[in-house]
Write a protein that binds this ligand. Structure first.
Ligand SMILES: NC(=O)c1ccc[n+]([C@@H]2O[C@H](COP(=O)([O-])OP(=O)(O)OC[C@H]3O[C@@H](n4cnc5c(N)ncnc54)[C@H](OP(=O)(O)O)[C@@H]3O)[C@@H](O)[C@H]2O)c1
Length: 266
């Protein structure tokens, strides 16, 4: 009996014919994720709370696939559902979900209110609800799917108080709680959905500050905490994203992959 030839590396990473829904596509890392998916051949459905921002993100994407834009506010469950349905309608199906959107919180452990803390955790609720929509869609289609949660090194380690002291709020306690929860939710969903062919993984960036939006002094302090002594650049996440999205990652599920210049290796 003749054996099927092994797929090549090019075939494994190729996303031609796949559709990816990406939330927060207009953002600092999201715009790079959208580029990566399009460059790998996928049709990308970009999500934003704002239709003009979604269209702008769409314009920036390379072909040959045709891309689409949907309005999706992850803090509003009706909008999550309508955004997902609009994405399926526009592209015909969804194979890959990148849960990247993030409603930020400027308050830390000294000044956050209970309501603000609870609202912030709603970012995780939406990651789950969107992931379940993709799971149910994939099961209905009898097709495999990949969910990629965007976590953070701060879902795995505490921050250094002296990196922020005197400059800005500390990294928010609600953020650490949120991202730790997302890392662990990944494992739970991966186990339940493995036999349905739905893989669930988490990509956790280390420090990727969007300068000049943050104090330069803080960036210098963060660099001193990193084994590589520098911050990450958005394109340094592209390879791992495509690994997890594509057949190259077909035996990877339930994992949290940290891309952090060695930050969590100390
Ligand atoms: N940058 C870093 O150093 C770093 C490190 C670790 C982890 N991360 C994670 O990486 C992800 C992207 O971060 P980033 O630095 O690229 O942030 P960013 O530039 O602020 O982008 C965040 C995106 O989230 C979207 N968003 C905000 N509220 C939303 C809502 N209610 N519903 C749906 N989308 C919403 C925004 O899009 P619209 O305004 O267009 O809706 C925006 O494009 C986040 O999950 C973040 O926690 C970042």
């Amino acid at each position: 009996m003749s054996q099927q030839p092994e797929p090549t590396v090019q075939q494994l990473f190729d996303l031609t014919g796949r559709v990816a829904l990406l939330t927060g596509a207009s953002g600092y890392l999201g715009s790079s994720f959208a580029q990566a998916l399009a460059e790998a051949g996928a049709t990308v459905v970009v999500g934003s709370r704002d239709v003009a921002r979604a269209k702008e993100a769409l314009q920036a994407l390379p072909g040959p696939a045709q891309h689409h834009a949907v309005v999706l506010d992850q803090m509003d469950h009706a909008s999550l559902e309508s955004g997902f349905r609009a994405a399926v309608k526009a592209a015909g199906k969804i194979d890959i979900l990148v849960n990247n959107g993030h409603e930020a919180l400027g308050k830390d452990l000294t000044n956050v209110t209970g309501e603000e803390f609870t609202r912030h955790l709603g970012n995780a609720t939406s990651y789950f609800l969107l992931a379940r929509l993709l799971h149910d869609h994939a099961v209905e289609r009898k097709a495999p799917a990949s969910v990629i949660m965007i976590g953070s090194m701060y879902g795995v380690v505490g921050s250094y108080p002296d990196a922020y002291a005197g400059l800005c709020n500390a990294s928010p306690v609600a953020y650490h709680t949120l991202k730790g929860g997302i890392v662990h939710m990944t494992r739970h969903l991966a186990v339940y959905w493995a036999t349905d062919g739905v893989r669930v993984n988490c990509l956790s960036p280390g420090p990727f500050p969007n300068e000049p939006r943050v104090p330069h002094e803080m960036v210098e302090r963060l660099c001193s905490k990193s084994p590589m002594k520098r911050m990450g650049k958005p394109h340094e996440l592209k390879g791992t994203l495509i690994l997890l999205a594509s057949d190259a990652g077909s035996y990877i599920t339930g994992q949290n992959i940290l891309i952090d210049g060695g930050w969590t290796a100390w």
